[in-house]
Design a protein. Sequence first.
Length: 266
Amino acid sequence: MNPSVSLIISTYNWPQALNLCLKSVVTQTIMPDEVIIADDGSGLATKHLIESFRTQFGVPLIHVWHEDQGFRKSLILNKAISAASSQYIIEIDGDVILDKNFVKDHLSVAEEKTFIRGTRAHLKKEILSSVFKEERIHFSYRDKGIKNRFNALRIPSLAWLFTQKKNTAKSVRGCNIAFWKKDFIAVNGYSNDMQGWGAEDIELAARFINIGVLKKGLKFKAVQYHITHKFSCRKQHVSQLQSLRETLEGNIKRCANGYSEIQAVH
């Protein structure tokens, strides 16, 4: 029996991309029990877009927002997961378009004492104008304008060949990750001190590893297509890499300022 599942979608001021992401959520063969938007300070256009989708979702669509004070993705994700009522968390970014079996595939590999690291294909810049104009959400690895085509293949019968457990946090991406909420709470969630673009997802994964929760890599399932965009400012990346090194070398299991501190504020 599948666990209850919350789909967490992080976003910031790109309603055009979030619109396609939410459209792809509506088409899921298995819907999550709830969808929570982790909004890092977007304007009214994003709020209005989310409101327009409420009648299309057969499950709760929850908008968790805080004021724009710079890149605070870790903090808003902690707040969003605090609002989640499910046992299992699937986390994506608001600039990805999901294959219709995305949630189903994640649930098929959910396992105690593991977290899931998925992959993504990319939509090249040259096709984005038509994608947005047509509000297109259906793609194939054969289509023009697809980068990393191998990651666009969905072959469930072969997925087991790549579904391996490892005790490394390497290459984890928050755009396609899943974990048990109880494990997230055990490591105190994301570090609120990791502000700006960087390694917050890998650092979280490292603490999962440190408490004995293994990474399970996933291929040929849970396909998603990333909408290409300019990089965010990366001036905080060096300090975030230092925090990651400290977590790895010190075998740190809980961050000092994370999920539980959000609860204290509430």
